[in-house]
Write a protein that binds this ligand. Structure first.
Ligand code: SF4
Length: 648
C-alpha cells in the first residue's frame, strides 16, 4: 500500500484519527469579532473534505490580555460556544477530528486595539527584542486569572464539541516564557528551579482537566529548540517534555521563537530549510517521553511525511501549508494521484506573509484558498468559447487552467520553449530553487483541465487572424527597463540577464535594488558567493525590505555572512567610468561609490501589453492579467489569471 504509515489510523484516548496528517494551528485572519466566521468555516471545511485526519484550530485567546492581534479568536465568554460548535460540526461532518489551540502570548504582543500599543504582561520584565515589547511582570492574581482562563476556554471548546485542546507553549509564548530561565527571572514559586518554572503550565493543565470529561484530549505544542541564544535549547526542551508528558495526551513539536530574528524564521520555515528538518527534535522528545508525538516543519509532500513516520520520529505529521496550497492533498495522496498534488514551495508569501500584513490567508499558487466562499466552486460555462491565452507565465497558466476547468476550449501560446516566464529565472536565485515548483504545478493544472499549450509560439496578428479566438487573455508579462541615469558607467546589466546567463559581472559589483524583493538581495548573494566584492545599494531602509519577514531575516543573515555591504536609502542617479552616484533619499545628499566594475540593476519593469492594440484593431475582445497589466509579483499574476479565467 502506498503511504502505509501515513494512511494508518491513530488513536489518542478514545479519539481515532483516520490518518496521520494534521493541520497545525495557524492564524488565518478569517475570524470576525473574535469568533469563527463563515469564511473560516469554508476554509476549514475544504481541508476536512480534502482528507486531513486532524485539524487543530488556530490560537484562541484565554484572557483579555492575550489579544495579540485584532483577528484573534477568543474563548473568554460562553457566547463563543455556539459559533465554535458550528465550525467544529462542519469539520466533523467531513471526517476529521478537531483540537483547539489555547493561547496567551505573554510579551509577544502585536495588537493595537483602539490604535495604541497595549500593555504587555510576562513572567518578568524581559523585553521582547523582535517586537520591542517591554512587558510588566505579572502579579500572582493575573497569573491565577490566566490559569482559570485556560480552564474555562477548554470547557467552552469541550461544550462546542472539540475532541481536545492544545496549550501553545511553543515559539516563546507565555508558557514558554515561564519555562525559560533567561526570560523568567521571578523570585517567587513561579521562578527559579525547573519545577517552579513549570508551575504555570501545570496549573493550566490542572485547570483544564478539572473542567472537561475524561476522554477529552489535552496536548501541548512546544519548540524542540528555539534557535536563539536567549531561547530554550534542545536539552531544556527535552527536560520540559519529560517532566510534563505524564500529565499530557500528546506533545506537538516545532522549532523557533517569536522573540528574535533568528528564532522567528522557524515559526514558518521557508524553502531555505530542509524538508522535515524538525523531525530529529521530535524523535528526541519521543525517545525521552514515549508520548504520542506530533511534528511539523517543511513536511510539504506525502513522501516526506511517510519517511518521518517510518523513521519513528513522530506519530503524526503537520502538513499545514501543504493543505493551504492544496486542500485535496491527502485525498490525492491516498488515491495515488501524486502528479496532481500542488506541492507547497515554502515561499511564505501569501500564507504567513498575509497574516503579517493583517490580511486573510491565501496561497500564491492557489488564490482560491482563504477565498473559498467566492472561488472554491467554479461555475461551468453556459457557452463553450475559444479562449486564447498569450503568455505561459503564472498569470497565463492559471487563466488557462480556470478557463479550461470551466469548460472553454483553451489554447495557451508561450513564445519560449518552456512555460514559466520570470518564475523560471526566480528559481535560479540562491536558496530559491523550489520556486520553480510553481511553474510545474500551474502547467500541470492547465494541462489537467484540458488546456492546449503551444510552446515556441508567439501570438502575432497573423496567428490571431488565423485562429479568430472569441476572447484573448493577455498575460505577456513585463520586461526590464533602464531607470533614469546620467552618464556612462563601466558596465551596467540587468539582474535578469545575469541570472539567465546572458551577461556577466566583474570582480567589484554594485547591485542597485529599487524593488526590495527577492532579486536584488539574491543576485548580491549569488555574486558574493561566487567571489565578487558586492555592495548592495537599496532604495529602502534595509535589504529585501519588501519580502516576507522570515525570508528577509534569512536573506539578511546570509548577506551578512558573505560580507555584502548594505547601503540603505539610496536612489540611483548616474555613473561615470568606475564611479556610481546616488542620492540619499531622506537627506537628498549625494553618495558616490568608487571602483565599480559592474552596476547590476533590479529596477521596475515595464508591462508588455503591445498585443492589446492588435486585438483592438482586429475587434477581438481581450483582457490583461498579471505583469502585462501592471508589473508585480507571481501572487498577483496567479490571482489575476484566476479572475481572467473566471470572467471569460
Ligand atoms: Fe506554500 Fe507559498 Fe502557498 Fe504559503 S503561499 S502555502 S508557502 S506555496
Amino acid at each position: 500500500m502506498l503511504f502505509r504509515h501515513l494512511f494508518s489510523p491513530f488513536r489518542i484516548k478514545s479519539t481515532e484519527l483516520r490518518n496521520r496528517i494534521f493541520s497545525t494551528g495557524h492564524d488565518t485572519y478569517l475570524p470576525e469579532g473574535g469568533l469563527p466566521s463563515d469564511a473560516l468555516i469554508a476554509y476549514q471545511r475544504a481541508r476536512a473534505r480534502g482528507g486531513a485526519g486532524l485539524i487543530i484550530i488556530q490560537v484562541v485567546g484565554v484572557h483579555e490580555t492575550a489579544r495579540y492581534t485584532e483577528a484573534l479568536l477568543m474563548g473568554t465568554s460562553d457566547k463563543c460556544i455556539k459559533p465554535f460548535a458550528r465550525l467544529i460540526e462542519v469539520i466533523h461532518e467531513h471526517g476529521a477530528r478537531v483540537f483547539v489551540q489555547l493561547f496567551h502570548p505573554g510579551r509577544e504582543l502585536l495588537g493595537r486595539p483602539d490604535g495604541v500599543v497595549q500593555p504587555a504582561f510576562a513572567p518578568s520584565h524581559a523585553p521582547s527584542e523582535r517586537f520591542k515589547v517591554i512587558p510588566r511582570a505579572m502579579p500572582e492574581q493575573l497569573i491565577g486569572e490566566i490559569v482559570t482562563g485556560f480552564g474555562e476556554a477548554a470547557r467552552r471548546m469541550a461544550e462546542a464539541g472539540a475532541d481536545g485542546v492544545e496549550i501553545v507553549a511553543s515559539h516563546g509564548y507565555l508558557p514558554a516564557q515561564f519555562m525559560n530561565p533567561r526570560v523568567n527571572r521571578r523570585q517567587d514559586h513561579y521562578g527559579g528551579p525547573l519545577e517552579n518554572r513549570l508551575r504555570f503550565t501545570r496549573e493550566a493543565i490542572g485547570a483544564i482537566r478539572a473542567r472537561v470529561h475524561g476522554d477529552f484530549i489535552v496536548g501541548m505544542r512546544m519548540s524542540g529548540d528555539e534557535h536563539d541564544e536567549d531561547g530554550l535549547i534542545e536539552d531544556e526542551s527535552v527536560a520540559i517534555a519529560r517532566a510534563l508528558a505524564p500529565e499530557l495526551d500528546y506533545l506537538n513539536v516545532i522549532a523557533g521563537t517569536s522573540a528574535t530574528a533568528s528564532g522567528a524564521t522557524h515559526i514558518v520555515p521557508s524553502m531555505a530549510n530542509a524538508h522535515g528538518y524538525v523531525a530529529p527534535f521530535a524523535q528526541k522528545v519521543k525517545q525521552a517521553t514515549g508520548a504520542a508525538v506530533l511534528v511539523a516543519g517543511r513536511i510539504n509532500q506525502p513522501q516526506i511525511a511517510e519517511q518521518v513516520l517510518a523513521s519513528g520520529a513522530a506519530d503524526l505529521c503537520g502538513m499545514t501549508r501543504a493543505m493551504i496550497a492544496d486542500p485535496e492533498m491527502p485525498n490525492k495522496a491516498q488515491a495515488g494521484r501524486l502528479d496532481d498534488i500542488r506541492a507547497c514551495i515554502g515561499c511564505n508569501q501569501a500564507c504567513i506573509g498575509h497574516f503579517q500584513l493583517g490580511l486573510s490567508i491565501s496561497c500564491i499558487q492557489y488564490p482560491e484558498t482563504g477565498r473559498e466562499l467566492a472561488y472554491e466552486h467554479k461555475p461551468r460555462t453556459q457557452r463553450r468559447r475559444r479562449i486564447l491565452v498569450a503568455g505561459g507565465g503564472p498569470a497565463g497558466l492559471k487563466a488557462a487552467a480556470v478557463a479550461a476547468e470551466r469548460g472553454h476550449e483553451v489554447h495557451l501560446h508561450e513564445r519560449e520553449a518552456q512555460t514559466g516566464g520570470q518564475a523560471r529565472l526566480a528559481q535560479l536565485l540562491p536558496t530559491r530553487a523550489e520556486f520553480g515548483g510553481i511553474v510545474t504545478n500551474l502547467t500541470a493544472e492547465a494541462l489537467r483541465h484540458g488546456a492546449v499549450i503551444h510552446r515556441r509560439s508567439t501570438v502575432t496578428r497573423a496567428l490571431l487572424e488565423a485562429e479568430r479566438p472569441d476572447e484573448v487573455i493577455i498575460a505577456t508579462g513585463s520586461r526590464p527597463q533602464l531607470p533614469p541615469f546620467e552618464g556612462q558607467p563601466e558596465q551596467m546589466v540587468h539582474a535578469a540577464d545575469l541570472l539567465a546567463g546572458r551577461a556577466t559581472a566583474g570582480a567589484r559589483v554594485v547591485v542597485y535594488d529599487w524593488m526590495g524583493d527577492w532579486v536584488g538581495a539574491g543576485i548580491a548573494e549569488k555574486l558574493a558567493a561566487e567571489g565578487a566584492h558586492v555592495r548592495l545599494a537599496v532604495n529602502h531602509h534595509c535589504a529585501a525590505a519588501n519580502i516576507q519577514t522570515y525570508i528577509r531575516f534569512e536573506t539578511v543573515a546570509r548577506l551578512h555572512r558573505l560580507g555584502v555591504e548594505v547601503h540603505p536609502w539610496l536612489r540611483l542617479y548616474g555613473g561615470d567610468g568606475k564611479t556610481i552616484y546616488f542620492i540619499h533619499t531622506p537627506s537628498r545628499a549625494p553618495v558616490a561609490m568608487e571602483d565599480v566594475d559592474t552596476l547590476v540593476l533590479n529596477a521596475p519593469n515595464l508591462q508588455d501589453d503591445a498585443l492589446a492594440a492588435e486585438l483592438e484593431a482586429l475587434g477581438i475582445p481581450g483582457r490583461l492579467a498579471g505583469d502585462a497589466l501592471s508589473p508585480r509579483t507571481a501572487e498577483e499574476a496567479v490571482y489575476e489569471g484566476m479572475l481572467a479565467g473566471w470572467a471569460v
